[in-house]
Design a binder for this molecule. Sequence first.
Ligand code: ADP
Length: 659
Amino acid sequence: MSSEGLRAPRQIRVVFLGVMLLLAATLGWLGWRLLQQDQQLLGQRLAERREIAADLTVAGLEKRLSSVEHDLSQVLVAGEAPKMPAEADAVLVKFLPTGIRVWPQHRLVYYPELPEAPEAPATLFLATDELEFKKTDYSGAIAALREPANSTDPKVRAAALVRIARNCLKNGQVQESLKTYEQLASLGPVPVGGMPAGLVAKAGALAAFEQQKDQAALTRTALALDRDLQSGHWPITAATYHYLAELAGRWARDTEVNPAPRVALAEGVEWLWDRWRATRDRTTSAGGRTSFDTPSGPVLLVWRFSGNTMAGFAAGADYLANQWLANMKPLLDSQGVRLALTTPDGRPVLGSAPGADAHPSIRLSSATQLPWTVQVFNTSDSQGAFRSRRGLLIAGMCVLLALILTGGWFVGRSVERELAVARLQSDFVSAVSHEFRTPLTTLCQLSELLRRGRVASEQDRQQYYELLHKESDGLRRLVEGLLNFGRLQAGQMPYRFEKLDAAALVRRSVAEFEQGQQAPKHRFEVETAAEPAAVHADPEALRCVFWNLFENAVKYSPDCDTVWVELARNGRHIEIAVRDRGVGIPPSEQRRIFERFVRGSAARESNVRGTGIGLAMARQIVRAHGGDITVESEPGKGSTFRVLLPVSTERKFTTDEHG
Ligand code: ADP
């Protein structure tokens, strides 16, 4: 291929690479835009889900609250409360001028006010006791109390028993004191010093065990006291509860019951009570709802007035989560959203508030009239769908890009090849023109001389005729060769196969070639096997192959005037080798010289005439005979072309030396 022939493909390659890069960049940009749009779309879809979930939640909570308000109205009218879940963390109360009613019973661990006013301060029984018994020996005091201790009035009896027990303790009679506290405990809710006797007895027993330093008994009693307090069975006030709870907590650190939710409920009820008492003109206020924040947790409070009566509802966060929102959870989960309730001033009630980047949908308390601000935000799972879709899109883009690049590479290669062939063809046309021009010029000049009669002698004339014949014969062969090449390319070469002796054909071809040679003449040394080499072949086609090889051997060995032609049997093949000691062929060209229009670099540089179709034709003909043609060559040392033809097994064949 000429250097010019290389330039065009290089330009094409650069343009093609540019187009490919442009295509890849466009694809990348499109993919990126697609991803962005996808993300935007997903953002919209997630926002829609949040909005719907937020609206549903608000509607659900509003429904529940309305239902509670309806229940409260019923309580005010009928005086009976609807059934409350036994284990739930909620309570219904009704405040009347005559007292408090609570549903379910024993839900409150303390009450805002007791039905009866306390007789004395709660700490009475632990304070330094009655004035008249301030002496070292308490026996007299104890004896003096024996009579009231047997009284039929439980209050008198309880007060006496407390004093006896305390004085026994001071007197060092611990067992006696404990026994007395046991008697006191049996009086149960009878108030003594503003507290139920049962609780006073347990607190007193703790003092006795403390004096005894009986740690096991202390813990046991403290736990029992705590259980008593949490059971809500005792009519006590907040002060008493906290005092006793602190006392129990001092000796039993790990209390079995978690008092927080119940204390929160009691605190909430106390707040309602205060409100009931504070609202003088109850006709102007029908009721309300709020989220009340206590040290033990947030409490929902709903209340309703009717005259001077109030019905209230208090519920902890667990109640909201398990009773009100539990049936909404599957829906929220399926939408990939989570919920957080906060008080209007931002303190958490339920669920943890989302981070700054969560973009929650918010329903403010002021807009919804709910006692909470509702926040709905997407869970991280909902982003997962986008991530997997993005992965799929990127993979698709990569596959598309790979397809485009592969396709581009194939197209580029084909274009490059076509261009190379086109370049070779144009080289071929100029080579053929060149081949024609030289003999035609000779023919023109000789015929001109003969026409004008400018020939000196008869001998010269004869010589001119000879030359005219040779040149026109050369032209004929050239034209025939081109015609044959055309037929071969079109697959229309009419082969006439017959069984013949290849050795005879080789000898005859050499002889004819030698005869047709122009000066300087090359010598052919032919060596053939003695026995006939039978092949099934078209003699004309094979002669064409041999002539090409002989011509090349002569053309490309300007410094050696001998060409060796050898024929031998090689297994199941007849091998005809044409050897010269010419310019040789570089290894990089040895495969390509058999392709059409391809000429070797040495041939082009040394201006040896040729068209680049001889070896292509030779290979096509030999392969049509079931054989092959190979080359062994070393630049500067010469080349050997070998034609391999299968041995014919037919019996009858032509041995005619002269064709
Ligand atoms: P051309 O008309 O150029 O001879 P061919 O098809 O016959 O075309 O040969 C192709 C190329 O192979 C030649 O251009 C030449 O470079 C190389 N070639 C063929 N025969 C020989 C040889 N005997 N010695 C060196 N080079 C050869």
